[in-house]
Design a protein around this ligand. Structure first.
Ligand code: ADE
Ligand code: ZN
Length: 338
């Protein structure tokens, strides 16, 4: 149970969202609207049938449906509408800065040009800065179930657009696709001045988190749950102030945890880790960022100070310049005073 004070604090705390796949914000209503607009056939008759299909036993179960859902995204306007809908929703949750992921290979392999995807997403991000006061960074993820050569080709395609792409990430099926597989393409991305982050330790073992740090030289770990199985790794992550972008409702819906009470958020805070709370794929996992905050605050009995720490970690772990981070941290202190 949440007290009204904690509810109100969560609602007003300024936040950065650091782990959000834009394609995972495709709500069933928009799935239908875009299917109709683009004359794409989808295997569902109603919004209720879509939601009923969102029952997953593991990450792969979800990914199969997630990639299928992308088939309705065809034009620049589709990517704009998708991104704008997310940003408006984020605004309602007091999100002030977003660093969103997109999966170029999920689109280029369907014959959609990278430029189409990028133009749509980027123009919504630019509009959000002026109309919603939300700043942003865009992170291009490589699909780890594909080869490193395919990731290299994706990076090649992105070269003319690096003014609009700020970083690279690594997502999709984790087990059997360790970070080591992408060591060279990440080295090239870093040499190009791109920020680097990777999903690790969602389903994969602590060794994958170590590889992400040692071989990919990531600046953040996305998820990182299973790092907790390795005390020496926890010590290292805490010592280095590494940001972990945890996604509680995603973890629950993908059976990474059995109950929301098993979310690692509080344990990570207690261990001195820079944990953040994020939505991952909100349309599929039943909640946006504040839903995630409320779920862990209630289940883990988080204090106001812990919620403030989570919000501060989100800006401190962002790719914003220090002066902007400092401004957001002051705004959090102000919001916390009520
Ligand atoms: N792609 C979209 N969401 C993902 C997740 N939670 N893990 C890995 N790949 C993803
Ligand atoms: Zn993710």
């Amino acid at each position: 149970m949440l007290t009204p004070e904690i509810e109100s604090l969560i609602a007003r705390l300024p936040k950065a969202e650091l782990h959000l796949h834009i394609e995972g914000s495709l709500e069933p209503e928009m799935l239908f609207a875009l299917a109709e607009r683009n004359a794409v056939t989808i295997p569902f008759d109603t919004v209720e049938a879509v939601r009923a299909a969102y029952s997953f036993s593991n990450l792969q179960d979800f990914l199969d449906i997630y990639y299928q859902g992308m088939s309705v995204l065809q034009t620049e306007r589709d990517f704009y509408d998708l991104t704008w809908a997310y940003l408006e929703r984020a605004k309602a949750d007091a999100v002030r800065h977003v660093e969103i992921f997109f999966d170029p290979q999920g689109h280029t392999e369907r014959g959609i040009a990278l430029e189409t995807v990028l133009n749509g997403i980027d123009s919504a991000l630019k509009a959000a800065e002026t109309r919603l006061g939300i700043t942003s960074r865009l992170i291009m993820c490589f699909l780890r179930h594909l080869s490193e050569e395919e990731a290299e080709a994706t990076l090649d395609q992105a070269l003319p657009h690096l003014d609009r792409i700020h970083g690279v990430g690594l997502d999709s099926s984790e087990l059997g696709h360790p970070p080591a597989k992408f060591e060279r393409v990440f080295a090239r991305a870093r040499a190009l001045g791109l920020h680097v982050t990777a999903h690790a330790g969602e389903e994969g073992p602590p060794a994958y988190v170590r590889e992400a740090l040692d071989l990919l030289k990531v600046e953040r770990i996305d998820h990182g749950n299973r790092a907790l199985e390795d005390p020496a790794l926890v010590h290292r992550l805490a010592r280095d102030g590494m940001t972990l972008t945890v996604c509680p409702l995603s973890n629950l819906r993908l059976c990474v945890i059995d109950r929301i009470e098993d979310s690692p958020v509080r344990r990570m805070l207690d261990l001195g880790l820079k944990v953040t709370v994020n939505a991952d794929d909100p349309a599929y996992f039943g909640g946006y960022i504040n839903d995630n905050f409320r779920a862990v605050a209630a289940a883990l009995d988080l204090t106001a100070d812990q919620l403030v720490a989570l919000a501060k970690n989100s800006f401190a772990g962002s790719f914003l310049p220090e002066a902007e981070i400092a401004r957001h941290l002051s705004a959090i202190d102000e919001a916390a005073r009520g």
